[in-house]
Design a protein around this ligand. Structure first.
Ligand code: 13P
Ligand code: SF4
Length: 309
């Protein structure tokens, strides 16, 4: 038995003992994706965290994702195998700064990308992910101002898709900000005919130069349905493992090998095993903040029908 098999066997035993489920984001390292019970994008993982009847959720992703799971399931123990796995974009918006912006725009609705702290969610009307941001913003009456926090590039994508002007926060994802339209031009000359798909956390010139702008879950669906032999993928490179595994007949080319989120790479099988052994590090949210944040997160999960105009 090699080291990975040994770890997997030990993790299986611990999982049963603890009544645990392992959820992994599409950007996790291949070994983590392969041992997870479920791999998905942010929205799919939030839904799984809410619906699971496990007592323990081992969240293989970054801090805000584990926090969202804790908000949705206060009765479950949520473990993040490496506490340092944060999201720099989530840390670009503080609740105090958002409160000041709200004061400057009384009556504005606040749509908050799920890549945010629980405190920011608690001050927002509704959350969204990259897969439903356009739909969530469209729920609000066109005459109402909308503050979109913290991703300026996802916000700009929503502006282009809806034709609305939003009040954008200046946050961004350092990993996706590395992608460029020059890389797309280069990929098009090297792989003529291959569709280029990019994540909406990318800058405007990148989104506009691409064929499709999709969340990681949307990219998985595109790869399954496109019926092409080669796809250029503009997002964090971890997604390529899942794409290749699910579509063995298709060649996937990363738009940039440099699109790596160091935080997403912090989780390893060893750390998952230690987390299950020690039941640490636990992610908890102050109950009062969690109560307010839950309203915004639940609205996101409820879908289009909700009274927030
Ligand atoms: P999605 O999986 O929702 O596309 O999100 C990407 C991301 O950056 C998560 O941190
Ligand atoms: Fe945050 Fe970007 Fe990493 Fe996603 S890929 S966790 S948005 S830094």
């Amino acid at each position: 038995m090699d080291r990975q098999d040994e770890l997997e066997t030990r993790i299986e035993v611990l999982k049963k003992d603890r009544k645990a489920v392992i959820l992994a984001h599409n950007y996790q390292i291949p070994e983590v994706q392969d041992l997870a019970d479920f791999c998905g994008d942010s929205l799919e993982l939030a839904r799984k965290a809410k619906e699971s009847d496990a007592e323990v959720i081992v969240f293989c992703g970054v801090h805000f994702m584990a926090e969202t799971a804790a908000i949705l399931s206060p009765d479950k123990t949520v473990l993040l195998p490496d506490e340092d796995a944060g999201c720099p974009m989530a840390d670009m918006a503080t609740a105090a700064d958002l409160a000041r912006l709200k004061d400057e725009h009384p009556g504005a609705a606040v749509v908050c990308y799920v890549n945010s702290t629980a405190e920011v969610k608690a001050r927002s009307d509704v959350c969204c992910t990259s897969s439903n941001a356009v739909e969530v913003v469209s729920r609000f009456d066109g005459s109402r101002e909308v503050i979109f926090v913290p991703d300026r590039y996802l916000g700009a994508h929503v502006e282009r898709e809806t034709g609305r002007k939003l009040i954008l926060w200046p946050g961004y994802c350092p990993t996706h900000a590395r992608l460029s339209s020059d890389q797309i031009a280069d990929a098009r000359s090297r792989y003529p005919g291959a569709p280029v798909i990019v994540h909406p956390e990318s800058r405007a010139d990148v989104c506009l130069a691409a064929d499709e702008v999709r969340s990681t879950g949307g990219m998985v669906k595109f790869a399954r349905e496109a019926g092409v032999k080669r796809i250029v993928v503009g997002t964090e490179t971890g997604l390529l493992h899942r794409l290749k595994k699910e579509n063995p007949g298709v060649e996937f080319i990363p738009l940039s090998d440099g699109a790596v989120c160091p935080n997403m790479k912090l989780i390893t099988p060893e750390k998952i095993m230690w987390a299950l052994e020690d039941m640490e590090p636990r992610i908890t949210v102050d109950p009062e903040i969690a109560r307010k944040a839950l309203v915004a997160v639940e609205r996101m999960l409820q879908g289009p029908v909700m009274g927030v105009s």
